[in-house]
Structure formats: structure tokens, C-alpha cells
Design a protein around this ligand. Sequence first.
Ligand code: HEM
Length: 415
Amino acid sequence: MPDAPTDAATIREAQAPEWPMPRAEGCPFDPPPALRTLTAEKPLAKVRIWDGSTPWIVTGHAAQRALLSDPRVSVDERLPGFPHWNEGMAAAVSYRPRSVFNSDAPEHSGYRRIMTGPFTFKRVEALRPTIQKITDDLIDKLLAGPKPADLVQELALPLPTLMISELLGVPYEDHEFFQEYASRGIAHNVSAEESGRNFMALNEYLVRLVEQKAAEPADDALSDIAARVTSGDITVSEAAMMGLGLLIAGHETSANMIGLATVALLEHPDQLAVLRDSDDPKVVAGAVEELLRYLGIIHGGQRRIAKEDIEIGGEVIRAGEGIVVELFSANRDAHVFPEPDLLDLRRPNARQHNAFGFGIHQCVGQQLARVELQVVYGTLFRRIPTLRPAEPLDQIRFKHDRLAYGVYSLPVTWG
Ligand code: HEM
């Protein structure tokens, strides 16, 4: 006869709710109701994912930070029991090169050192005038064009795409190709065939670029990465994977934040006024942190696996059990953020959010993202104070089917 703890565990597994969970109709900025219940009741629980397995879900802020900085927690997707996002990601284990995304320390530190150079605080601050110029040019073009206009196509996507293409030395003319494949690759449901096709297309493109940069280096990040191939530190596939990771993470994320935050601000005119009426860089920087907290955008849960038994939050995560870290729910944890569902651009501790992750895998591009968002939000509503949605909220197509949340398009008008 099974003992009591096993019984309890079996019942919990059988009752584990399906993950991901649907958002409530008409509440595009809030966590799904069932996720709120989990977050309120326990920082750790079990959920059922696409393959029927039941990893832990970690929703509490403190538990997330503890696990994300715990060396017993791994991102190694090859380990049996790893809670893959979908069939496509599971199949990719056999061909995806090693990188920051799927390696632990010390292997991870080697890859990460090669990637971080252009994204340090100092280097990114030096780019602020360029980011401001691109933003102003895009807004000039928007104002000179027809109304209504799609803010995603006119501003949210081109700004981060232009910046990351320029930094990496990837031709911007190819943006439709890589934006399309990047978006397909982060769908909730991707089959093994589709994932293989997406990866092949992007990988071939990046391998070609790395080889070109190795032969004829230029003053860009991909040339620096290619030089590490020439010196024998990494392989061409590893270099292409670094370039690919930076290219995708570098545009899709910030673009979603710009689009989604614009909708949220247009829906909260009192908060929009904070940005429109202030040119104090501290107020703008604080507003960006609060928007990152309130919206997250990396929804779907970061994936990890326990390498050893870990006692946490009154539970024991056993070695070999999967862990899903839903960063977005920690950003609405009332233990850290009073009235967490309120968008308050002057919230004093907004910067404690987990929107960029925590621990050794914390976002490489966070300074770049911050400056892009500070420039856009600090400029858009001051230059177009009458900006308003051209469609009601319920007509806007939100990315419920993507791991990076946002809007597919945002028709706006002004004047
Ligand atoms: C608002 C924009 C962004 C958000 C919300 C965001 C969010 C995140 C999060 C949550 C992680 C941690 C993933 C994990 O622990 O599993 C991460 C990692 C990463 N991000 Fe970002 N990101 C943004 C922009 C960028 C940009 C602009 C770049 C590129 C320049 C970038 C490059 C990366 C890379 C390379 C990693 C992997 C780091 C590692 O595993 O060591 N991200 N990002």
C-alpha cells in the first residue's frame, strides 16, 4: 500500500491543471484567473503540460529568485524529464547547438562572455542618441503617412529590429524573413517538422553571415563572434546560434513591449499623462520598470529541471522533476508589490520585477531594452499627445498563442 506522501503526490498530479492557462475575456493585461488562484494559494504547485507530464510551476517572487540562482537547477534540455515548451522544442534537442540558452555554469559563462560586449550599460548609453534619432525619424514618417496607422509596423517592430541589425551587422533588408521565422519559432504549439524547418532556415542564414564576417570582418558584434571561430574557441554552429539568439531576442521582445505597453497606456490615460507631462529621465526610467513589471511579456514559463532534491516553500522538488518559472506571476506577487494589479508608473519598487529573469541567465540585452523603451515612451506621447486607438480594445489581436506576449497590430490615429 503506498504511504501517505506518495498518495498525496499522486492526487496532486491527477488534479494538476492544464498549462498554459487561458486569460479572461476582456482582461488582456492580467494573469489568467486560474494562475492567480495558484499564485495566491502556493508559490509552488503542479501543472500538466502538452506531453502529459506534470512539472512544478513556480509563481512566487521569492521562490523564483531562489530557484533561478540555485546551481542545482539546470537549463540542460537534454536531461530526461525536462519540461519542453512544445513538441518542436523537444525535437530540437537533437540538433540545437549548445549555447547560453541550454547550458549551465561553467559552460554557460564561456558562451555568455562572448556575447555580452556590446550590451554593457556604458556601450548602450552611448547608443542613446542613435536610438532617439531612429525613434524621431520613425515618428516623423508615421505623422507624414495616412491615418489610421499600425503602430506595430511603423514603430514597435522597426526600432528594435534596426538597432539589433545594426549592432550585429545583419542586413536590415532581410528583416521580413527573420521576423517571420522568429515569430513562428515562439508559438505555443510548434510541431517537430515546423520547428526543424524554422531552425534550418534561420541557421543557414546565420551560418552564411558568420562565414562572411570571418572572411571580411566589419565593426560589428557578429564579426567579433566570428573572430572566435577563427581563433578556434567556438564552432561555426555555436557562433551562428549566438547570432540567432541575439537577433531573435533582440527584436521580438522589445517590439512586443512597445506595442503592448502602448495599448496599456492608452487604456490608462491617467498613467499616460505621467509620461506625456514629464521630461524627467528618472520618471521615464521608473515608468519603464513599472511597465516591465505590469506587462512582463515573457509569458509561458521559463523551463528548468532539478539536478538534485531541492527543499523550497514547504515542498521538495525531486531530482529529475521539471520546473516552470512563470515570471509574469511573480511580478504580480502582492508580498512584494502592494496592489499588484494596479498600473502605477510612480511605484517605488517596480525595478524589483523578474521581467528580465534572475541569476546567471538574466537577460543579456536588458540595458538595450531599457534604453529603447525609455526613448520610445519618453518621446511618443510628448510628440503625439492626441494619440489614440483607432479600434476598441476587443478588436485588437493579442498574442495569446505566443511565448512572448504582445499585439499583432495596433491601429492608431491622432489629431
Ligand atoms: C523588453 C525586452 C526583453 C525582455 C522582457 C527580455 C526577457 C528575458 C528573460 C526573462 C530572460 C531570461 C530567460 C531565462 O532565464 O530562462 C532573457 C534572457 C536573454 N535575453 Fe532578453 N529580454 C528582452 C530583450 C532582450 C534584448 C534586446 C536582447 C538582445 C540584445 C536579449 C537577449 C537575451 C539573451 C541572449 C538571453 C539569454 C541569457 C542567458 O541565458 O544567459 N533580450 N531575456
